[in-house]
Design a protein around this ligand. Structure first.
Ligand code: FUL
Length: 474
């Protein structure tokens, strides 16, 4: 059997499927670096400096929610080792800071604010730790790390993601810690079986840069070696370089095409996540207040990530007061409104659908117009399956959104879009993969009665969960 045929059989786990549906969620880098104006702390700054006097997790959650995001991942411990919860295993935490008189717990307040505002909550716990004396001592640090995982994974409700950074700046002569990855994963699966383990883990793949740069064809089925931690670490940040994101904006472009996987024997479902900051840095820096990304830039990143079979993890760093700064909060709110204007309501809701083939009546073309789990599936021997969607009357639209039924794998390799006006078909675009979601945003508004989706190349069973069309509100 050819590798691409094997690839057609690879499907996501239930936790990967649930995670993929979130599409867009926030990263909050907050900690000692917020107060020292650093990106990478050395781990010796006294806890007395951690003093967010106006701390308001509810304001974070509301700002994040306003952008249309569905979750939040908090840096509970960054590389400097300072813990945002009162860990029993170290003195280097909020319990020795002035925050809430030493009785505060940032992780508790943020996780509760998320739940109160309908956001999912996830944790970032840096494996690399510059404060903890056992770091570099093998088993001793692994025990420390697992103990901290147990605290975070037991005491803050259900988590949707556990984010493991691949970064380490120890360098050649620094400490070397042999991480017990399998042991860490065992704790995670035991305590939070529904949470995805991201980046240095088996469930979610780092896109490969921190600049919001996406691949043209993003495959969720890729060679298994991409999930090896050493491979991820090799490509991650190794020095305290504030311009890492800017400089490191490249990546290997083809991971999953027939050609790329030709000689691969082991393939896995390993979907991509784009992590990028709304500002140049991951942590808040006052001198970047005027460098918050524009709506245009954010929308472009959104189209290429969420609209390109990846999820989007947008970092919004709270400031020293303990709030998301005004400019960032305003941008989030404006972005949320922009998304609603761009995709107001589905124009295909009352359309009529037909196709060149279907495997059985239960998988007919009409399923692509329904907002449920039903999907269309073409016959296996239909080499170029097509779907025709009839609006019923000439309709103006400027984007078409397609979704494969990824619970049965990722199949489509190339497709074209056509419109029909006065009984003539005209090609309006040529694309590659779809996967979970492909947003085709056109530069102009089209007026047509029908849309035709021609699948030019696919692996095994071409499917479509949903097709929708939108017209931007002026
Ligand atoms: C990197 C880290 O070194 C940065 O500080 C940041 O946390 C980013 C998300 O990952 O590898």
């Amino acid at each position: 059997m050819e590798s691409y045929q094997l690839a057609a059989e690879v499907t996501p786990s239930a936790r990967q499927l649930e995670w993929q549906k979130l599409e867009f969620y926030a990263f909050c880098h907050f900690g000692m670096n917020t107060f020292t104006d650093k990106e990478w702390g050395h781990g010796q700054t006294p806890p007395s400096l951690f003093d967010p006097r106006d701390f308001d997790a509810d304001q974070w959650a509301k700002a994040i929610k306003s952008a249309g995001m569905r979750g939040l991942i908090l840096t509970c411990k960054h590389h400097d080792g300072f813990c945002l919860w009162p860990s029993a295993y170290t003195e280097y935490s909020v319990k020795n800071s002035p925050f809430r008189g030493g009785n505060g717990d940032v992780v508790r307040e943020v996780s509760e604010a998320c739940r109160n505002n309908g956001l999912k909550f996830g944790v970032y716990l840096s494996p690399w730790d510059r404060h903890e004396p056992t770091y570099g001592q093998g088993e001793a640090y692994n025990t420390y790390y697992k103990n901290q995982l147990r605290e975070l994974l037991s005491n803050y409700g259900e988590l949707f993601a556990i984010w493991l950074d691949g970064a380490c700046g120890e360098g050649k002569n620094g400490k070397v810690q042999q991480y017990d990855w399998q042991g860490y994963y065992a704790v995670m699966r035991e305590l939070q079986p529904n949470a995805v383990i991201a980046i240095s883990g088996p469930d979610v793949r780092w896109i490969g840069n921190e600049a919001g740069v996406c691949r043209k064809s993003e495959w969720s089925v890729v060679p298994s070696w991409l999930s090896i931690n050493e491979y991820v670490a090799e490509r991650s940040q190794k020095t305290d370089d504030r311009k890492f994101a800017k400089k490191h904006n490249h990546m290997s472009l083809d991971l999953g095409s027939r050609k790329a996987i030709r000689n691969e024997k082991e393939l896995i479902w390993y979907p991509a996540e784009v992590d990028v900051s709304i500002r140049p840095g991951w942590f808040y820096h006052k001198n970047e207040d005027d460098k918050v990304k524009s709506l245009k830039k954010l929308f472009n990143i959104y189209l290429n990530s969420v609209g390109g079979n990846a999820s989007l993890l947008l970092n919004v760093p709270p400031d020293q007061t303990g709030k998301i700064a005004m400019h960032d909060a305003m941008t989030l709110d404006a972005f949320g409104r922009m998304l609603k204007r761009e995709f107001p309501h589905d124009l295909l809701e009352r359309a009529h659908a037909c196709s060149t083939s279907e495997t059985d009546p239960e998988h007919g073309a009409a399923n692509v117009l329904r907002a449920d789990d039903s999907f269309w599936q073409a016959e296996e021997d239909d080499a170029c399956p097509e779907l025709v969607l009839d609006f019923g009357a000439e309709t103006a639209f400027d984007s078409i959104v397609l979704q494969e039924n990824i619970s049965t794998g990722q199949q489509i390799e190339a497709f074209e879009l056509y419109i029909n006006r006065r009984n003539r078909w005209k090609k309006i675009g040529k694309y590659t993969v779809i996967g979970y979601k492909k947003i085709c945003r056109f530069r102009k508004t089209y007026h047509a009665k029908k849309i035709r989706i021609a699948i030019k190349k696919h692996r095994k069973k071409a499917t479509m969960l949903r097709v929708s069309a939108y017209k931007r509100e002026e």
